[in-house]
Design a protein around this ligand. Structure first.
Ligand SMILES: Cc1ncc(COP(=O)(O)O)c(C=O)c1O
Length: 377
C-alpha cells in the first residue's frame, strides 16, 4: 500500500489502551468520575511534579476554568501569545476578559519576553487590570520561564501555563505544566498522549484546584438535593477515557523517543539545505511534539507552500504553523504588541508528519518524497 495518507500527528493507541478501556467499562464506572479519573490525575500530577490535578474533557475547558479561578472577568485583559492555537485566546473571551496579543520569538515560536515586559509595563502604567499571562509551550518547547515568572511576579500578575502541546517537555529540570500558578495539558487526538479528547489543570494551589473541580462538576453544592449558587460547567473527563490516558502515560517516554528520533532524521535531511532551519532546534527539553521547518525562500529558491503541495500530491499531510491570533477575523480589533515574527513564521513555517505511530515504511516514504523535491530544485 503506497498511497495511504500519512497524517501529521495521529493517535498512537494499541492493545494496552484497549485493555485499560475494556477494564474500565467492565468495572461499571462509565461516568465523568471514578477510580480511573482519580488515578490518572495522581499519575499525571506525579509525572509533572505538582500536588493537585483536575482532569477535564478538554484542554480548552481547563484553560477556561483556570482563568475563572484566577478571577478573570470583563474589563480585564489577559496576555496571550499571538502565535498559538485559537483555544488559548477563546478561553479568555469565554470569561468576558479581552485577549492582548504579544508576538513571538522568531527562533522558538514562544512568546517574545522583551515584548511581554514592555506590554506589562505599558498596561500597568495605563492603569489596566491584567488578570493573567498565558505563555504557551509552543510545539512542545517550554517558554522562557526563568524570565517570565519573576517578571510576572513583580507585576503581580498570575501565570497560567498553556502546556497543551508539551507534556513530557522540561526546562532546566522542571516539567512543562508545573511553571505557573496553574498549568494546562491537552489530551486531544493529535497530542503527544491522547484520551481522544481531554485535558487537565495542574497546580500547587489546593484552593484553586478545588475551585476548578467544583466549577467543572456543575458547581453543585455539597447537599443532598441539587442546589447551585454559581454557574457551573459540565467539564469533567470520563472514567473510560481516563483509563485510556493511563495506558498512554505508561508509553509516554517511548512515544517521545520516537518523535525525537524522527526529528533527528529531519534535521539530517535538511542539514545541508540552504535557507532551511528547524524551529527551536537544540532545546534538550523539547518533547518533539511537532517538527517545524522554517524556509527562507530567497535562500532556498523554493517556499514552504511548494513543498507542502509536493507532499500533498503524495498523500503526506503538512500544515502551516498556527495562523496568528491578531490575523484571525474573530479576534480582529484586539490589542496587540507585534514585531511581525509570528506572521513571518506563518508564511515560512511548515509542520511535518511527526506522529509516534509512524511506521518505518511511512518514514521512508516521507523522506523519499522530501528528497525527490529537494533534488528537483
Ligand atoms: C496551544 C494549545 N492550547 C490549547 C489547546 C486546546 O486543547 P483541547 O483541544 O484539548 O481543547 C490546544 C490543542 O488543541 C493547543 O494546541
Amino acid at each position: 500500500m503506497t498511497n495511504d495518507t500519512i497524517h501529521l500527528s495521529p493517535p498512537d493507541v494499541g492493545p494496552l489502551e484497549e485493555r485499560y478501556a475494556i477494564s474500565a467499562i467492565r468495572s461499571g464506572w462509565v461516568a465523568p468520575l471514578g477510580p480511573e479519573v482519580d488515578a490518572f490525575e495522581s499519575e499525571v500530577a506525579s509525572r509533572v511534579g505538582t500536588s493537585h490535578a483536575v482532569a477535564t474533557n478538554s484542554g480548552t475547558a481547563a484553560l477556561h476554568l483556570g482563568l475563572l479561578a484566577l478571577g478573570a472577568r470583563p474589563e480585564q485583559v489577559v496576555i496571550v501569545p499571538t502565535l498559538t492555537f485559537a483555544a488559548t485566546a477563546n478561553a479568555v473571551v469565554y470569561t468576558g476578559a479581552r485577549p492582548f496579543f504579544v508576538d513571538c520569538d522568531p527562533l522558538t515560536g514562544n512568546i517574545d519576553v522583551d515584548l511581554l515586559e514592555t506590554a506589562l509595563t505599558r498596561l500597568r502604567r495605563d492603569g489596566r487590570e491584567v488578570a493573567a499571562v498565558i505563555p504557551v509551550d509552543m510545539f512542545g518547547r517550554c517558554a522562557d520561564y526563568e524570565r517570565i515568572l519573576p517578571m510576572c511576579a513583580e507585576a503581580g500578575v498570575p501565570v497560567l501555563e498553556d502546556a497543551a502541546e508539551a507534556l513530557g517537555a522540561t526546562r532546566a529540570g522542571r516539567a512543562a505544566g508545573s511553571f505557573g500558578r496553574a498549568g494546562v495539558l491537552s489530551f486531544n487526538g493529535n497530542k503527544i498522549i491522547t484520551t481522544s479528547g481531554g485535558g487537565m489543570l495542574l497546580t500547587e494551589d489546593a484552593a484553586l484546584a478545588e475551585r476548578v473541580r467544583y466549577l467543572a462538576t456543575q458547581a453543585r453544592q455539597p447537599v443532598w438535593h441539587y442546589e447551585h449558587v454559581d454557574i457551573g460547567y459540565n467539564y469533567r473527563l470520563s472514567n473510560v477515557l481516563a483509563a485510556i490516558g493511563r495506558a498512554q502515560l505508561r508509553r509516554l517516554d517511548t512515544m517521545i523517543g520516537r518523535r525525537r528520533d524522527l526529528r533527528e532524521s529531519y534535521a539530517k535531511l535538511f542539514a545541508a539545505v540552504p535557507g532551511v532551519d528547524l524551529l527551536g532546534e537544540g532545546d534538550p527539553g523539547d518533547n518533539c511534539w511537532l517538527t517545524v521547518i522554517v524556509v527562507d525562500p530567497d535562500e532556498a529558491g523554493w517556499d514552504a507552500r511548494e513543498l507542502a503541495a509536493h507532499l500533498a500530491d503524495r498523500h503526506i499531510e503538512t500544515r502551516p504553523v498556527w495562523m496568528p491570533m491578531h490575523l484571525q477575523p474573530v479576534h480582529s480589533g484586539a490589542e496587540a504588541a507585534l514585531t511581525g515574527a509570528a506572521e513571518r513564521l506563518f508564511t515560512t513555517g511548515l509542520t511535518l508528519p511527526s506522529g509516534s505511530a509512524m511506521t518505518d515504511s511511512h518514514r521512508a516514504r516521507v523522506e523519499q518524497a522530501i528528497d525527490d523535491f529537494l533534488t528537483t530544485r
